[in-house]
Design a protein around this ligand. Structure first.
Ligand code: HAM
Length: 421
């Protein structure tokens, strides 16, 4: 027997109400904030991510689903969305539109990660990106959008973690300082962190290795080494967040796992969903457009993982509205009545009534049981007598009462009871 590939899952009908609610709220809240939907393709030239996300990141080094197509071109299934958004912005000349251009999407993303609770090889991510404006109020608006989405879903107790990691002017100096400090103490770092130190020193800061914690706690903080512009930007963002009533924790160890970030980085953490507790993360990426060969263009955005959001909803006992099932069920006795039931069901559906009909030629009793399991209000019974007189017997499931209704009157009879009460 085949099984879904490791790290992937079927989202079964019973789970769909959560997904439907999340998607509805994403659309609603994105439009409240003036974001418009974009759907990039699900694979891109591999170089887009190598350049955009960064060669020394886990994503590019270990996690991409890369393949050669039959024309010999190297393509990669989207491991993240931001590089695609920026590629689309540049490719379609969106610089001529009013800035920032505010785009969103919900995409399946693919990363060859070690699967565990809340970590998948295919996950869905809601991305919102504001491209073309560097003002810190845009960063605040992006964070407010994420907050609004979480609260519209009823999620409570999330913690916003915030940091600024500087830009191409101040980061190299900070990196040097950090590297010098970490080298001085490398004997007290875990082995994996000693390796990280030479390739990507910033990533040592968010290491989970217990051996490294003491050294990391004393490491120089990026916010204390920002250039004047970056410091002013960060102060501006904090002021706007205050204005909007959004509280946060300054987290000096938050650096994020993608190389394109400049200045603002943030994450949202949820309690009670296990080690993979980040239900969203993002930041500013003012250098990305240039890395991709475009004109210097600032941008800021986030990605929120839907599986983790739904885990948090379930953990907090938030229940979405259930899927609407059928309202009526057609039951028949005999071949002629079966044809009539199929015809009538189509007619009812055409009038907006959710109608089910049992297809396998089961006994009337079995059909009634099926209607009961579907939770319908009415069973509409057709037998020889009904066919002859062009009627149906309407059986009210809750009370067992029965009415004879002329087929010509059925729509009115049902509408009265289904929609006007
Ligand atoms: P990221 O932190 O890699 O950022 O992913 C964003 C969110 O997607 C995470 O906080 C988490 O909720 C979810 N997520 C990521 N990987 C997985 C996984 N393997 N399984 C389940 N959920 C996952 C980005 O991807 C950036 N592109 C976000 C961004 C947009 N930054 C600026 N704009």
């Amino acid at each position: 027997m085949f099984k879904a590939p490791r790290g992937t899952q079927d989202i079964l009908p019973a789970e769909q109400p959560y997904w439907q609610l999340a998607r509805d709220k994403i659309r609603e809240v994105s439009s409240l904030y003036g974001f418009r939907r974009i759907d990039p393709p699900l694979f891109e030239e591999t170089g887009l991510f190598v350049r955009g996300v960064g060669e020394t990141t886990d994503i590019v080094e270990k996690e991409m689903y890369t393949f050669k197509d039959k024309g010999g071109e190297s393509l990669t299934l989207l491991p993240e969305g931001t590089a695609s958004f920026m590629r689309a912005y540049l490719e379609h000349g969106m610089q001529v539109l009013p800035q920032p251009v505010k785009l969103y999407s919900t995409l399946p993303l693919f990363r060859y990660e070690r699967p565990q609770a809340g970590r998948f090889r295919q996950h869905y991510q809601f991305n919102a990106e504001a491209i073309g404006e560097a003002h810190p109020a845009v960063d605040a608006e992006i964070i407010a959008l994420a907050w609004s989405l979480y609260s519209s879903l009823g999620l409570k107790g999330l913690k916003l973690q915030l940091n600024s990691i500087g830009d191409s002017r101040c980061r190299p100096g900070y990196n040097k300082l950090l590297t010098t400090y970490l080298r001085e103490h490398q004997k007290r770092l875990a082995k994996t962190d000693r390796e990280r130190l030479s390739r990507n020193p910033l990533r040592v800061l968010d290491s989970k290795e217990s051996a490294s914690q003491k050294v990391i706690a004393q490491a120089p903080k990026s916010v204390e080494h920002l250039c004047e512009d970056c410091a002013a930007h960060f102060a501006g963002l904090r002021e706007y967040l205050g204005l909007m009533g959004i509280s946060y924790t300054l987290n000096h160890r938050l650096v994020r796992g993608l190389d394109y970030y400049t200045r603002t980085v943030f994450e949202f953490w949820a309690a009670g969903i296990g080690a993979q507790n980040a239900v969203g993360g993002g930041g500013r990426y003012d250098g990305l457009a240039k890395l991709l060969g475009g004109k210097d263009t600032p941008g800021v955005g986030f990605g929120l993982g839907l599986e983790r959001i739904i885990l948090a909803m379930q953990q907090q006992k938030i229940s979405p509205p259930p899927d609407p099932g059928p309202q009526v069920y057609l039951l028949y006795h005999g071949a002629a009545a079966q044809n009539e039931a199929i015809r009538l069901a189509e007619k009812l559906r055409g009038a907006g009534i959710r109608a089910g009909v049992s297809m396998g030629g089961r006994s009337l009793k079995a059909q009634m049981k099926q209607a009961d399991r579907e939770g319908v209000k009415f069973a509409l019974i057709l037998g020889e007598k009904e066919i002859e007189k062009s009627t149906v017997t309407a059986h009210i499931m809750q009370t067992g009462e029965e009415f004879t209704v002329a087929q010509g009157q059925l729509l009115n009879w049902l509408s009265d009871r289904l929609f006007r009460r």
